[in-house]
Design a binder for this molecule. Structure first.
Ligand SMILES: NC(=O)c1ccc[n+]([C@@H]2O[C@H](COP(=O)([O-])OP(=O)(O)OC[C@H]3O[C@@H](n4cnc5c(N)ncnc54)[C@H](OP(=O)(O)O)[C@@H]3O)[C@@H](O)[C@H]2O)c1
Length: 320
């Protein structure tokens, strides 16, 4: 089969299209023929190993798993002998950031992992980007325990995580103030944000409102900057470690001091989360934002675009 393979950490060019053996499902796995996948910041992080810590999971000196791709949508082509809930020809989608493998014509995944039947009425290209940004957003939103009527600010609302967060926070019943640049104001508003601040024309820290949660979905702000905007026991969550990894230390300290705090939840995803997201898509409450699509043979260009850090939502890879 054709696959985008990387044998060393580095720039997008380390990824090469190669012919490799088609995987065989173990007794607890299914074989998925990939129809669409994505290139996202998780793939970029593991490919570049920019944060050394990622090598603990992916291999100290070189990658353990040579095919990246964590999100997938496709059709089940074969099933292991213990499989009971999925069948050949089922259209499925899901997420796997322990073994990756979706940047290829086929991948295997355990039936109990984050995989389920595709939502009704969506294409493979629409199903592939459902999980990456949304599961990070979901973990952080759940950790913050926001409730109906809360006031939430989402900084960096045009990224994969931010655009999912706007929709999920609205689903949980809070009011959303989203921050993005001029050209993304309308698209972010269309996701359901109640108020959109264009950070190019207005300083969001000067807004005369207080928030229960400030979610920095692109990790470009800081607790220090956002603290004056938080309510007395408000929460700041960032997707990045922050300067000198300050967010980790603040998350260890501030929850015990009372008052305004930082949380730094570790992202997880289980099958129930994928089923939850599928139901949100089916009910029209969540629709992943797609910026561009590339074919698998143009995956290096897709990586380069994602690494401009300016994508709006998600970048999809299609396979025929
Ligand atoms: N290490 C990992 O494994 C990993 C995995 C996933 C995510 N993350 C981190 O999570 C963060 C978000 O990921 P993502 O996939 O959602 O990002 P993304 O999709 O790449 O975010 C890009 C968007 O952020 C906006 N943006 C950039 N700078 C901004 C700023 N200063 N203020 C407001 N908006 C800004 C961009 O629009 P404009 O620039 O045009 O405003 C663009 O629309 C990233 O920092 C990423 O590194 C890390």
């Amino acid at each position: 089969m054709k696959a985008a393979v990387y044998k060393q950490y580095g720039t997008p060019e380390v990824v090469k299209l190669e012919e490799v053996d088609k995987p065989t499902p173990k007794s607890n796995e299914v074989l998925v023929k990939i129809c669409a996948t994505t290139v996202n910041r998780t793939d970029c992080g593991f490919r570049s190993a920019e944060y050394f810590i990622s090598r603990i999971f992916s291999g100290l000196f070189k990658p353990k798993f040579r095919i990246l791709g964590n999100e997938f949508a496709g059709v089940i082509e074969a099933v292991g002998k213990e499989i009971t809930t999925l069948n050949i020809n089922d259209k499925v989608f899901g997420y796997n950031d322990t073994k990756f493998g979706a940047h290829a014509e086929y991948m295997t995944i355990a039936e109990t992992d984050a995989i389920t039947i595709m939502p009704d009425g969506v294409t493979f290209e629409q199903a592939a980007p459902i999980t990456e940004g949304a599961h990070y957003a979901l973990c952080d939103i759940r950790a913050s325990r926001i409730k109906d009527g809360d006031n939430v600010m989402i900084y960096g609302a045009s990224g994969a995580i931010g655009s999912a967060a706007v929709q999920l926070v609205k689903y949980f019943g809070a009011t959303v103030t989203a921050v993005c640049n001029t050209q993304n104001v309308e698209v972010v508003r269309s996701l359901g944000a109640d108020q959109v601040i264009d950070y190019l024309t207005r300083d969001f820290t000067k807004i005369d409102q207080k928030f229960d949660l400030i979610f920095d979905a692109v990790g470009k702000s800081s607790f220090g900057k956002c603290k004056p905007l938080l309510k007395k026991s408000g929460t700041y969550i960032s997707t990045e470690l922050g300067k000198n990894s300050e967010n980790v230390f603040l998350a260890l300290l501030t929850p015990f001091l009372g008052g305004k705090k930082v949380l730094f939840p570790l992202p997880t995803i289980i099958k129930e989360d994928v089923i939850f997201l599928k139901e949100l898509v089916e009910s029209g409450k969540y629709k992943p934002l797609v910026d561009r699509s590339y074919t698998l043979d143009k995956i290096v260009d897709a990586y380069k675009y994602v690494e401009t850090r300016q994508k709006v939502g998600n970048v999809v890879i299609t396979l025929t």
